[in-house]
Design a protein around this ligand. Structure first.
Ligand code: XMP
Length: 528
């Protein structure tokens, strides 16, 4: 059996899915809009705000576009550099919904008036619904919503109706029922807006008349076709870590190009204890063509002495590519397939007009030039929970889809500060202890991730009867749905005590253990 045979199920999705496009003006929550819509079983894709008519036409050949949403964004519509959109998009007669900045942008383009608000509205606000029609159908007279804006819409041209107002926004929502154009100043995609989902549903199902005909499985058919199209007659290697993302990418690629695919696992020396052996075992059972490249010395040499997390990621991203390039020559492979997922791209700042959070090794960490003809990313639009659904559809074993996420740069981004040759070994032991205890307590399915961090803080302790000066290990355990936001897990104190005792007793270099009690945001899940 090869990876090819894992796929017992094949998508019969030949029809184009009903789709809502989200044009991204740099808003923090643009991806959440698409997420909410996908939860309604309607496909949604986030695209840059300067989408051309040609690009729109090409999208139409892949999907049935039923409506477009303009996201929020940090700019003011009157900034010289303010992101805008191709005005022809408003002429194609497609339903439009503007959110926050998108609301102001539509108002400005239909010749309304937008001015700086007297009082900015940030956070929870109450709006008065003047006309509960269109996207506001079913809303009460007073609604609790979440706002974050500096400008406000003051006047609208003929034909557009006021739908809602607030103390600082005389036109907090407007609509033109015949043209199917709506604008709302608040954020319906954020959970703090109580009837946000209803507002989006009204737009998706009533205004755009979408059918809930998208399930994540359909993406499989699309992804297989895309890999076939991009790789053509060539050979490819797939960057495998044994995690769910790269395994799904490998299974899809195998469906697309069969024996022309080789899976490559780079052992960079920052994998968890026993990880290489475990991945080999799983993949041996699946009889996939797997090569393990030992690059431990090369990675360590480049990382020793590096303190800055972004620099670590860049070095790792570059060394990954160079390692894959070296093996691809022997295999005559022109294409590299990666399991990059949507959050990796968001956090690496792939979106125009938005902020970079951290450079994920497989996106922003990549060098500018590579000898590969192309880097193919078949699951780049999916969230982690969607990837897990797909892994199950692909009949991948639970050992793969149930694994906790593990960053590509591995333990290197869990060693805070300078890396040396001893620290990875200390952290590997600590990570194993945390993992064992969490699994003993049967918490692994409840937690998104659980791991140890080797901090750069040393402190004094007592070991035996003597003074000891050693490392502080931090424990991180979080609950999350998609890794975009997370809550620290309220672990039982007895469990924390057991972990702490084992860490200090079994690892001579560790004298202190702390538990990270920060949510994401404001923190990220990983420390670097
Ligand atoms: P943060 O730390 O940004 O992490 O809250 C969100 C999720 O992404 C994982 N992560 C990475 N995965 N390459 C990866 O493949 C990376 O460079 C990387 N950085 C973070 C992290 O473990 C968490 O699940």
């Amino acid at each position: 059996m090869t990876i090819l045979c894992w796929v017992k199920w094949m998508s019969n999705a030949s029809a184009k899915p009903d789709t809502i496009l989200v044009l991204d003006f740099g808003g923090q929550y643009a991806h959440l809009i698409a997420r909410r819509i996908r939860e309604m079983k309607v496909f949604s894709e986030v695209l840059p705000c300067d989408l051309t008519m040609h690009e729109l036409e090409s999208k139409k050949s892949q999907m049935k576009i039923c409506g477009i949403i303009f996201s929020g964004g940090p700019s003011s519509v009157y900034d010289g550099e303010a992101p805008s959109f191709n005005i022809d998009i408003m002429k194609v007669g497609m339903p439009l919904l503007g959110i926050c900045y998108g609301h102001q942008l539509i108002a400005k383009n239909v010749k309304g008036r937008v001015i700086p608000a007297k009082n900015n509205e940030y956070g929870t606000t109450f709006v008065t619904v003047d006309s509960p029609v269109g996207v506001l159908k079913g809303l009460d007279k007073t609604e609790k919503v979440w706002m974050s804006h500096g400008d406000t819409v003051l006047e609208l041209p003929e034909g557009f109706h006021l739908l809602a107002h607030s103390d600082s926004s005389p036109i907090a929502a407007f609509g033109h029922e015949k043209l199917k154009i709506y604008g709302i100043q608040w954020h319906p995609e954020v959970v703090h807006t109580e009837k946000g989902n209803l507002t989006l549903r009204n737009f998706v199902f009533d205004t755009c008349e979408c059918k809930p005909n998208w399930i994540v499985d359909d993406y499989l058919d699309h992804a297989i076709k895309e890999v076939k199209r991009e790789v053509g007659e060539g050979n490819a290697i797939v960057a495998l870590s044994g995690g769910v993302d790269s395994s799904v990418a490998a299974a899809i690629a195998s469906q697309a190009i069969g024996k022309k695919l080789t899976s490559v696992l780079i052992d960079h020396g920052f994998l968890r204890q026993g990880e290489v052996e475990e991945v080999k075992k799983i993949f041996a059972k699946l009889e996939s063509n797997l090569i393990v490249l030992d690059r431990k010395e090369i990675f360590l040499k480049r990382l020793v002495g590096i303190v800055d997390p972004e620099q670590k990621r860049k070095i790792i991203g570059e060394e990954f590519i160079r390692s894959f390039e070296s093996i691809s020559k022997d295999l005559k492979a022109d294409y590299l397939i990666q399991g990059t997922i949507y959050p990796d791209r968001i956090e690496s700042g792939f979106k125009k007009h938005s902020d970079k959070i951290k450079t994920h090794h497989n996106v922003g960490g990549l060098p500018d030039t590579t000898s590969f003809k192309a880097i193919v990313e078949p699951i780049k639009d999916l969230y982690k929970d969607e990837v897990r659904v797909m892994a199950k559809r692909l009949n991948l074993p639970k050992k793969i889809w149930g694994r906790q996420p593990f960053p590509g740069p591995g333990l290197a981004v869990r060693i805070i500060g300078e890396i040396d040759s001893k620290k990875p070994e200390i952290l590997k032991k600590a990570d194993r202890i945390v993992t064992e205890e969490i699994e003993k307590a049967n918490l692994e399915d409840r937690l998104w991730q659980y791991f140890a961090i080797l901090t750069d803080s040393k402190s004094t302790g007592i070991k035996g009867d003597a003074r000891a000066y050693g490392y502080t290990i931090a424990i991180r355990a979080v609950e999350s749905i998609d890794g975009m936001t997370a809550n620290f897990a309220k672990l039982n104190h007895d469990l924390l005590e057991t972990i702490s005792s084992r860490l200090t007793n079994e690892i001579p270099e560790v004298v202190r253990v702390v538990y990270d009690i920060t949510h994401k945001p404001p923190a990220t899940i990983e420390w670097e």
